[in-house]
Design a binder for this molecule. Structure first.
Ligand code: DGJ
Length: 738
């Protein structure tokens, strides 16, 4: 898969459909040559633009700055003449800030590196994979930089990471260490990013890139509601099913930076990594710094091809939980049913009704500990509130398990309320800057998880709960962004390390949790979907995708999320109407179909439902059990686009969305169609399907009529869905190969 062409001093990393090529130049610099559709293994020197100086006719090495400013650098440094965005920057012991990385040696080996303390993709023996490691050096400082490139036999993805070792004799400060930078030869790209806000996450933005820098980032200490750590560069003609799509994401949950820069000579520099703003890391002689992994995906099959590549890679090589291949229990979460206002009796009634309907896991959300009757107290004091739960959690857990259900619990381990015993005893454990007011957000502060003693104290409390009550599921919440970054445990020279040290601390505690309790189902959450990122997938196979449970809004949120995250990781629940976030009414059936395009569960007061609604729950659970393997292990094809889909210009307010999951052997598929807005006197719609076997005949039932049709016809001409009476009406059906 990885080839070294010795005479040409070139490397070619190949997957089934993709080639990524780089070269060592005469001066020992590493230059990018090509990334795109698979090429034969061959000398690509003719593609390298190394002799094109921008404003002098001379050739290298006379005009070095021009050379540096135009070379397609594989890992560009700052301070030596490349005036585009650098991937790597330092400040040495004397305050000087230039660096210059040249090739030392390389190795190619089977397998891939393990990143200590950071989430990372992994190998398994059944999937061959290879890694190219290139060692570069900045001679004056003695810094050694290892660039790693891993390719997988079952994916058109390239996973990159960067490790820095200080082999010099003096300390050196790293000021930027991006995880990937690539100089693409093309200039005509659209950049697709996901923007949003709380309850409105992952809205799609697609715009042509223009000269200059187009950036998204986070400086909030979390990957954020505002921008997802993901972007795609697309040819202007790229659609859902065809055209070039280059996707980038970072396996990291903290501050990130992602940028496309269209340069003076119309090449495009694409980058992703830890946000260099407010970042610095002091590296003493002999010390090492590891940057997170970046994932780069190439597909000639449009956005859909790119997304499926991310989904499969993450499913096979990033999610570790035993739950990834198992049907997740259908859960009920009491948050939207009770908020903070519950007692043991109320919860037992909810659980009993849920069990009678066939729900399998009861999750107790926020408000069970300390004296937390609203969001203004008790975070950090993880002892049950005896007023609400006399005798602690055990009577409730026993009642729930006695009903044949599993018991789940909400935690927010990283936070502390000013009104808590923990804060009163250890004020300095909260992130803060001395003599500066601490900004409150949701009435809480953030614990300094860069400190081991702080993590230990929280871990002791969590472990005591998990060892005393049969907890099968944890929802790990995180409800505020970081401010006044300061740690009482770090010297002045290291305060800028806190953002990243905090993330390493969070990962450490999650690692303890999932390795001590491997059977636990962990669902991540961050005020809804603020940490909906690949880093979290390493610890939790599912993540609550948004606090907005309105199905119509979820169509957009889940569409955006599916661009790079597997649908099986998308926490999605049926909730009550009018919806608490939007006030909108949506048919119960559609709420179920939209939630089944994710992990599926309920978040409402089941004791208040009508007989018909309860019957529908029974039916939905049965459907979920019949089809959830397709959502988990099948391939997802988006057939509509809730941001743009309407029939024709004259029908601006008719909208629809649709998707299909197809089993790997193409014998079975689950099709869902949602008519977002109804229109009187409309003809039926034909929705072209995807992913089916063209020559196979599929059986399906629509409008109570059994039908059969060739895969080729269903894909080319479409499946005919009737005009439905009402907004947000929907159809879900199964297609089986005859
Ligand atoms: C935010 C989460 O997204 C909600 O689901 C809920 O758990 C609340 N926090 C509880 O405070």
């Amino acid at each position: 898969m990885i080839h070294y062409l010795e005479a040409a001093r070139q490397f070619q990393c190949n997957t089934v459909n993709m080639t990524y090529a780089l070269a060592i130049t005469d001066g020992g610099y590493l230059a990018h040559i090509y990334w795109g559709k698979r090429l034969p293994v061959t000398d690509l020197t003719s593609l390298l633009r190394l002799d094109e100086n921008p404003f002098t006719p001379s050739v290298n090495p006379r005009d070095r700055a021009c050379f540096f400013d135009t070379t397609p650098f594989e890992y560009p440094c700052s301070g030596t003449g490349d005036y585009r965005e650098a991937a790597f920057g330092i400040e040495d012991i004397d305050g000087y800030r230039a660096c210059d990385l040249t090739y030392v040696c390389h190795r190619i080996y089977d397998g891939k590196p393990v990143l200590d303390g950071l989430p990372h993709t992994f190998s398994d023996i059944s999937t061959p994979m290879q890694t190219l490691e290139l060692l570069l050096e900045d001679q004056p400082t003695g810094l050694q930089v290892t660039l790693s490139y891993t390719v997988f036999s079952d994916s058109d993805a390239l996973v990159r990471s960067v490790k820095i070792c200080n082999m010099g004799t003096a300390p050196c400060t790293l000021t930027r260490v991006l995880s990937c930078s690539v100089d693409l030869d093309e200039d005509r790209f659209d950049m697709l990013t996901l923007y949003g806000s709380w309850a409105r996450e992952r809205q799609v933005n697609r715009l042509p890139i223009r000269h200059g820098k187009q950036r998204i980032d986070s400086l909030r200490g979390e990957s954020s509601h505002q921008y997802s750590p993901f972007f795609a560069l697309l040819s202007p003609q790229t659609t859902e099913s065809c055209g070039d799509a280059y996707g980038f994401t970072l396996i990291y949950s903290g501050n990130f930076f992602a940028q496309a820069e269209l340069t003076q000579h119309c090449s495009t520099r694409a980058q992703i990594g830890i946000n260099p703003e407010d970042f610095a890391w002091v590296l003493q002689p002999g010390e090492m710094f590891q940057a997170p992994e970046a994932v780069m995906v190439y597909s000639a099959k449009g956005l859909g091809g790119m997304s499926r590549c991310f989904h499969t890679l993450f499913h096979r090589h990033l999610i570790r939980s035993e739950w990834k291949d198992k049907a997740r229990p259908v859960l009920i979460n009491n948050w939207e049913a009770t908020y903070f206002h519950f007692d043991l009796e109320k919860l037992k009634k909810l659980a009993a009704e849920a069990a009678a309907l066939g729900i399998e896991l009861f999750v107790l959300d926020d408000g069970w500990f300390g004296h937390r009757d609203s969001d203004n107290s008790s975070l950090g004091d993880w002892t049950p509130d005896e007023k609400k739960l006399p005798g602690g959690l055990k009577p409730l857990a026993d009642a729930v398990t006695g009903l044949g259900m599993q018991f789940g619990l909400w935690l927010e381990p990283e936070m502390v309320s000013p009104d808590s015993d923990l804060f009163r005893a250890h004020t300095d454990w909260a992130i803060q800057i001395p003599h500066r007011p601490m900004t409150l957000c949701r009435e809480q502060y953030v614990l300094d998880f860069s400190r081991e003693e702080v993590r230990d104290a929280i871990w002791t409390q969590i472990k005591a709960i998990l060892d005393s009550v049969p907890v099968s599921y944890i929802k790990w919440d995180m409800n505020r962004q970081l401010t006044e970054l300061g740690s009482a445990a770090l010297p002045a020279s290291r305060q800028k390390e806190l953002w990243h040290r905090y993330m390493l601390g969070v990962y450490d505690l999650m690692e303890r949790l999932v390795t001590t309790y491997p059977e636990l189902l962990l669902e991540n959450c961050s005020g809804g979907g603020a940490r909906f990122d690949a880093g979290m997938l390493y610890y939790s196979p599912q993540i609550w995708s948004s606090d907005n449970t309105d199905s119509r809004d979820r169509l957009r949120i889940q569409y955006g999320a599916s661009l790079f995250m597997p649908p099986s990781a998308m926490g999605a629940h049926v909730s009550i109407c009018p919806n608490h976030a939007t006030g909108r009414n949506t048919p119960f059936e559609t709420r179920g179909f939209v939630a089944m395009n994710g992990t599926f569960g309920y978040e409402l007061d089941v004791t208040q439902l009508s007989h018909e609604e309860k019957e529908m729950i029974r039916h939905q659970i049965q459907q979920y059990h019949q089809y959830s393997h397709l959502v988990r292990n099948g391939l997802q094809y988006r057939l509509g686009n809730p941001f743009v889909c309407s029939d024709c210009a004259a029908q601006m307010h008719t909208g629809w969305d649709a998707w299909i999951y197809v089993s790997e052997d193409q014998s079975e598929a689950l099709f869902t169609y949602v008519q977002i807005t109804a229109e009187a006197n409309m003809r039926s719609r034909k929705i072209p399907l995807a992913g089916l076997a063209p020559d196979a005949v599929y059986l399906y039932t629509i409008n109570n009529r059994q039908q059969e049709q060739l895969g080729a016809v269903l894909m080319q001409c479409g499946i005919r869905v009737p005009n439905l009476w009402g907004d947000m009406k929907s159809i879900q059906l199964i297609l089986t190969k005859k």
